[in-house]
Design a protein around this ligand. Sequence first.
Ligand SMILES: Cc1cc2nc3c(=O)[nH]c(=O)nc-3n(C[C@H](O)[C@H](O)[C@H](O)COP(=O)(O)OP(=O)(O)OC[C@H]3O[C@@H](n4cnc5c(N)ncnc54)[C@H](O)[C@@H]3O)c2cc1C
Length: 381
Amino acid sequence: MYDLLVIGAGIAGAVTARKLAEEAGKKVLVIEKRQHIGGNCYDEADEYGILIHNYGPHIFHTGMEEVYSYLSRFTDWYHFGHEVVAKVGEKLIPVPFNLHTLHLVFDEEKAERLERKLVETYGEGSRVPIMKLRESEDADIREIADYVYENIFLKYTMKQWGQTPEEISPEVTGRVPVLISYDNRYFQDKYQGVPKDGFTPMFERMLDHENIEVRTGTDCRELLTFKEDAVYFEGERFDGQVVYTGALDELFDCRFGRLPYRSLDFHFEHYDEEAYQGRSVVNYTVSEDFTRITEFKFLTGQQHTNGTTIVKEYSFAYTGAKGEIPYYAILNDENQALYEKYKALAAQIKNFHLLGRLAEYKYYNIDAMTKKAMELAEQLK
Ligand SMILES: Cc1cc2nc3c(=O)[nH]c(=O)nc-3n(C[C@H](O)[C@H](O)[C@H](O)COP(=O)(O)OP(=O)(O)OC[C@H]3O[C@@H](n4cnc5c(N)ncnc54)[C@H](O)[C@@H]3O)c2cc1C
């Protein structure tokens, strides 16, 4: 009845399903355990009519033309250059740390001198990982690095990951750059913004195809079983392709132990005010227990007179308890070795493909995930 089973209706699953249904005429069943499609990109209007991102703020950004044009088939965009500030003491300073930030935190004469040195050493327009700056021989550069490390990086990272920066993989620390430019944007990609009328309608359009059936509220473990190297769907051997985008340890009942993740607790608050912080995202890098506050109307460009909704994000260690969601894989050698054991189990099943931030146990942005899904779909055609 089906040629392809796709587990998970996030961006990985939705793109794969659409491409194979449309371009290869495959009959696709998408199985999603949540009550809705969209995965972590899901958004909806709250009780005050304000569009919120239920699983944290999502901003689409990419330099990949093929990804932008593919997703643009299913949505128009509200384009904006996403900017983030950090609250340090009473100041709001642009992050990533850039030359504007430099002039805000050091006195004018010193900032001028440091700017010249940064430009001479690393080149105008470059991005230098904070860990690299800290290793510099130059005392001035180390002073900047120490400022960034203490006020932007250290406590924020510890809150986010529950670890010291030294314990965290360079893949993660490497993502925290200092920008040798006056660009206040958080991302430097050519395209950035959010779907004009929300992520969820974009997913609805993507999955709206005669060859696609979607079952929400269904955990694939209720329907799929594995015997030797074969997949069984509702008790029958299934020889079509299966694309799995869920957590790999959970699929195999965590038989080698749980893969560690960070989870997030989202506290939504509504205020009967025009604005709460007047900007989309403020990171709390030195104070508070939460990592950041997002004010949705400034992220999505909505015009609202009836108040404003914000969300505070608290990070904690995922335990697998009911209702918790694994968000960020914790990348280190030990966890990778554990993941490889599960991957080896999955590899025995030739028609079973792992795709996505959970199944591959790594972080993906929406654009990278879309690209990877497009590539897998090409292979499976
Ligand atoms: C807080 C946060 C903020 C982010 N912000 C951005 C951003 O600003 N920009 C950006 O580009 N990216 C952002 N991302 C990354 C983005 O969310 C991911 O790229 C994207 O979600 C990956 O898509 P996915 O399909 O792999 O995973 P998901 O979106 O998690 O989808 C996987 C789906 O599989 C389902 N599933 C799992 N197990 C089963 C099962 N057993 N049976 C049935 N269904 C199952 C899940 O319910 C889920 O819906 C952010 C991520 C987080 C956590």
